[in-house]
Design a protein around this ligand. Sequence first.
Ligand SMILES: *Cc1c(COP(=O)(O)O)cnc(C)c1O
Length: 456
Amino acid sequence: MNNATRVLLDESRIPHAWYNILADLPSPPPPPLHPGTRRPVAPEDLAPLFPMELIGQEATADRFVAIPESVRDVYRLWRPTPLIRARRLERALGTPARVYYKYEGGSPAGSHKVNTAVPQAYYNAQQGIRRLTTETGAGQWGSALAFACAQYDLECEIWMVRASYDQKPHRRSLMRVYGATVHPSPSAITGAGSEILAAEPGSPGSLGIAISEAVEAAGGSDDTRYALGSVLNHVLLHQTVIGEEALEQLAAFGETPDLIVGCTGGGSNFAGLMFPFLREKLAGRIDPEIRAVEPAACPSFTRGTYAYDYGDAAGFTPMMKMYTLGHGFVPDPIHAGGLRYHGMSPLLSHMYDLGMFGAVARTQRECFEAGLQFARTEGIVPAPEPAHALAETVAEALRCKETGERKVILTALCGHGHFDLTAYDRYLAGDMKDVAPAQKRIDHALEGLPATEPAG
Ligand SMILES: *Cc1c(COP(=O)(O)O)cnc(C)c1O
C-alpha cells in the first residue's frame, strides 16, 4: 500500500479490449427464448432490434473483444476515470478499512452509461441505421445515448418513465440539449402505452413499460433499431473498461481487494467493475468477496425468483432466465430510478445462482444518509443508485471498526447526483419514506410468469 489519494492513468491506458466473462464460466447461462415459439432465439430473431455486431457480441465465445478505435477515441473525452481512496470518509468513520472508489461521474452524461452508449451508437451507424429508440428510468441512460447518437449523427427517440419525467425535468432537458426527442412513458403514441393508460391513467410508469414502448416504436422500420442500457451481455461486456482500469489502478496503490461492492439495477456497473477482478479470482490470483446491493423497493436478487420472464411489461421481448419480481411488477417510485427494474441481467443471475457473488437490499433513507456523509467528506454528491453501494460500504467499514479488520473495500461510484438534488432536499426535509413491497404483491406478479414449454 502507498500513500496516494488518486491514481490517474494516461490516455494510452484506456483498454484496447472488453473482457467477456462468458469465456471463463463453468457453464453457460440458459439461452433466451423466443416469446412466440418459446424456443431458443436465433440471431435473425434479434436482427429487427439490434445491429448484427451487437447480436454477435451477445453470445461470443471470445475472451476479449477489440474496442474499435473510433470508440476509444470518444472514450478519450473522459477515460481513463480516476480511482480514488476515500481517506476523508475513512477518517470520519474511524475505520481501519481502506475504501477505494472508481468514479464514473466525470463522463459527459455523468455516469458509466456512456461506456456502452458510444459503442452501441457506433455499431448501429456502421450498419447504416439512422435512428435509435430507447427507454430511460432516471434519465441517465437516455442522456448517455443522446450524447452517443450526437457523436455518430443518429436520431434518438426516448421513452422516459413518467415518475422520473416529472421528478427530474433537467435530465429531460439534457437529453434535448444533446438533440434527442423525449416522451413520458406510458405515452399515447404506442399501443403498449395506450393500453396501460386506459387501465391506469395516472400510472407512474416503469422501466418494463417504457421498454415495451421503445421496442414497439423500433419495430417495423428498416432504418431504426432499439438500444438497451443494461441487462444484456453486450452491455455488461462494454462496461468492463471500468474493471480493467481499476485492476491496474488498485495495483498501483499496492492493494488487492477484499470486498467489491456495487449497486444493481440491471447489473451493468456492478458487472463492469467486478468481472475483470472475478477473472483474476477464478485464476487464483486474488480472492475478493463480491456483493451486489439492490433497493428494498425492487429486490430482484434477494426476494425474486430465478425463472424465465419477459424483459418488458407487455411481453414483446425474448424470455430470459433471470432473477425477477415478475414483468407485471411495478416498483414503488423511489429516488434511485435507475434501480427500478423488475428483472436482472440473465448473465449475473446465472452467476448468482452458481454462488459466485452475494447480494443484499438496502432502504432508501440509509442510502441517502450514506450519500450525504460521502458528499460531506469526499466532496462528490453521489447519484441515489451508487448511494446504495456506499451504504453497504459504510456498513462494512463500521463492521471493520468493531473487528479491527483492515479490509480493502472497492466500490463503483457510477454516477454523480447533480440532477438528484430535489431528492436530497426531500431527505434533508425529513419527508422521504422507506418502501418495501408486501410479499403478496410479489407473489401476485410472479403468478404472471410465462409458460416455458415450446408452443405448438
Ligand atoms: C443506470 C444506472 C444504474 C443502474 O443500472 P446498472 O445497469 O445496474 O448499472 C446505476 N447507477 C447509475 C448512476 C445509473 O445511471
